[in-house]
Design a protein around this ligand. Structure first.
Ligand SMILES: Nc1ncnc2c1ncn2[C@@H]1O[C@H](COP(=O)(O)OP(=O)(O)OP(=O)(O)O)[C@@H](O)[C@H]1O
Ligand SMILES: [Mg+2]
Length: 327
């Protein structure tokens, strides 16, 4: 039996709004092994960030955990008190936020901010450790940067500081929410290489959240594709990339290939994902799906196992072999 570092079962999360509750995460199952790099891929608003922040209960008080369990090293997290969560945050599971500029305190020196992280987790307040960590994320003038404020640094440097903040306590799991979305392509590769290297050296697992197939393809062992608050497909990265099972994943790979391959016409996925207020008991991708059957608009497809992969699509039922071969 695999001993998972983290195991999420049937997680459903709603937010309290003026006119009632809206469910945005509708039953997520996700497992990550020690040392594994797993990607969550999906268009904006599909629930990637909420699924990930729920691991550390980082949502505001309007979030309601409707159901589900989150086991970390075998321990159920959703029952923990706030003070118990604080012992895990940063120390055992670290989170790099989507927006680096809001996650760093602009008027506090970098050294002090990193010292604060060590202090919060009762670790020795070692300047040496901070300098070594800054160097490990590619900050060459670590002594100088130690005395600087975030507003004096570039966006790319701040992104590196965020990663340093994430790894300084040696977490078992790093959740990186779009860590490269605000940096140029050259720096994107540098940051991804750096995360790979830390993973290889320390065995730290990574949950990488992005809407960029190229990022997932470059760094992840396994990928989870989300749409409309649900997981639509899951499998080893190379297999999902070369042979996507779900029509949505297929469309995403077409979009990615048409951007990166010279000479091909730009493929676009028409329409937009549903907002949580529009969710119905039907396949959320059906309105945009070229392969939809009448049943797709009438019922929610179940997650099905196909060899060592999973897909939430009726085309994998026995009655549709012909349509499937057209995919
Ligand atoms: N505090 C909140 N209150 C109400 N709705 C929320 C709240 N936080 C998130 N949502 C809604 O939950 C849905 C999922 O949001 P989430 O941030 O997880 O999307 P995402 O997949 O990370 O998107 P992006 O790629 O743009 O970061 C969105 O429709 C969002 O508006
Ligand atoms: Mg997000």
């Amino acid at each position: 039996m695999v001993d998972y570092l983290i195991e999420i079962n049937g997680l459903k999360i709603s937010f309290k709004q003026k006119n009632g509750f809206v469910q945005v995460v509708r039953g997520i199952d996700l497992k990550i092994k020690r040392g594994e790099i797993v990607g969550i891929l999906g268009e904006s608003g599909c629930g990637k960030t909420v699924s990930a922040t729920s691991i550390l209960r980082l949502e505001d008080e309007s979030a309601i955990y409707d159901s589900g369990q989150i086991f970390f090293k075998g321990k159920e997290l959703t029952d923990l008190s706030e003070s118990e969560y604080q012992k895990i945050r940063g120390n055992q599971i670290a989170y790099i936020f989507q927006n680096a500029s809001t996650a760093l305190i602009p008027h506090k020196k970098i050294g002090k901010q990193l010292m604060g992280v060590l202090k919060r987790h009762d670790l020795p307040r070692s300047k040496e450790k901070i300098l070594v960590t800054l160097e490990s994320v590619g900050i060459t003038e670590a002594e100088t940067v130690y005395e600087m404020y975030p507003f004096q640094l570039s966006g790319g440097q701040n992104q590196r500081i965020m990663i340093a903040q994430g790894i300084i306590c040696g977490p078992d799991l790093l959740i990186a929410d779009e860590p490269t979305s605000s940096v140029d392509v050259a720096l994107r590769k540098v940051i991804l290489d750096m995360l790979k290297e830390i993973n290889r050296k320390t065995g730290m697992a990574i949950l990488m959240i992005t809407h960029d197939f190229e990022v997932i393809n470059y760094i992840c062992d396994r990928v989870v594709v989300m749409y409309g608050g649900l997981i639509m497909e899951e499998g080893p990265m190379a297999e999902v990339m070369s042979n996507p099972l779900h029509p949505y994943t297929k469309a995403l790979t077409y979009c990615a290939q048409s951007i990166y391959q010279n000479g091909s016409d730009l493929f676009t996925l028409s329409g937009a994902p549903p907002t949580p207020a529009e969710f119905k008991l039907e396949c959320p991708f059906a309105p945009r799906c070229s392969f939809k059957r009448s049943t797709c608009m009438l019922e929610m497809p179940m997650m099905m196992e196909v060899d060592d992969r999973k897909v939430r699509c009726v085309l994998y039922r026995e009655e549709y072999p012909d349509v499937r071969s057209d995919l």
